[in-house]
Design a protein around this ligand. Structure first.
Ligand code: SAM
Length: 234
């Protein structure tokens, strides 16, 4: 799978994706990742990528031409969908990450300033994705989140596929509590069952714990929804 990122800060991606599981997958050629400088697709002396908003208002807007031309220049190498990172987009979750991991590639556009000229979305038939209901100052960190979540689902990226199967959100499971040595630290003991060597009991304990965590998570989500409902009534 191939990830092409269009950004005004391509240097941000190298340090993050030289490390860890995804970094090793890039090194081994299981996935490819390239960050492209949007300014290389400008045609003026100042390499300007933004301009004032029509209709007035604060801030600047990303111009359509450099973004569209940057994406078009990648089309030959990358046949995957175009993604615009925007806070109002479709919410990224494990299901969406799994869907995107089936694609041959992704072309990801990182916004800055007040956002991207809306004609980019139309012209590129782009899918808008958000990583959560909060506003960051640019699309680069969201792009990294998206790439990491999708890349680890590409076969061969995570060394032991068993670890994906036991991840939180795989099936209807939630990850269970994990422990490693020492068996006791500052009076805190690892549950006896994990030291018992009895795999049937260990599995049963893990499933119970996972279920408990799932219930906790559902309550928290319910709380958020309830708060929103109440706000709606105000
Ligand atoms: N004025 C815009 C608004 O309220 O929607 C905010 C633009 S934000 C300062 C600049 C860029 O950061 C966006 O175009 C987008 O690419 C990125 N961004 C910010 N928050 C994001 C989020 N939650 N998910 C995805 N991208 C985000």
């Amino acid at each position: 799978m191939r990830f092409d990122v269009v950004t005004i800060f391509p240097a941000m991606f190298g340090p993050v994706f030289r490390q860890g599981v995804v970094g090793r997958a890039i090194e081994r050629g299981v996935i490819q990742l390239e960050a492209h400088d949007l300014r290389d697709h400008t045609h003026d002396r100042h390499r300007q990528v933004d301009d004032m908003p029509f209709g007035g208002g604060p801030g600047m807007v990303m111009k359509p031409e450099p973004v569209i031309e940057a994406v078009e220049s990648l089309r030959e190498a990358n046949r995957g969908p175009v993604i615009l990172l925007e806070p109002w987009g479709e919410r990224l979750d494990q299901e969406l990450a799994t869907e995107l991991s089936q694609e041959p590639g992704l072309i990801i556009v990182c916004g800055r300033y007040e956002g991207i000229d809306d004609r980019v979305r139309t012209a590129l038939q782009a899918r808008e994705i958000s990583i959560g209901d909060y506003v960051l100052s640019g699309g680069e960190i969201p792009a990294m989140v998206l790439i990491d979540a999708v890349a680890r689902l590409v076969p061969g990226v995570v060394g032991d596929p068993g670890s994906l199967a036991q991840d939180t959100f795989a099936d209807d499971k939630t990850g269970w509590p994990q422990f490693t040595r020492p068996a006791e630290y500052r009076g805190m003991k690892v549950p006896d069952v994990l030291l018992s060597g009895d795999h049937a009991r260990i599995n049963q304990w893990r499933l119970q714990q996972a279920q408990w965590r799932r219930q906790q998570a559902a309550q928290r989500k319910g709380f958020t929804r309830k708060t929103k409902e109440l706000e709606g009534k105000r």
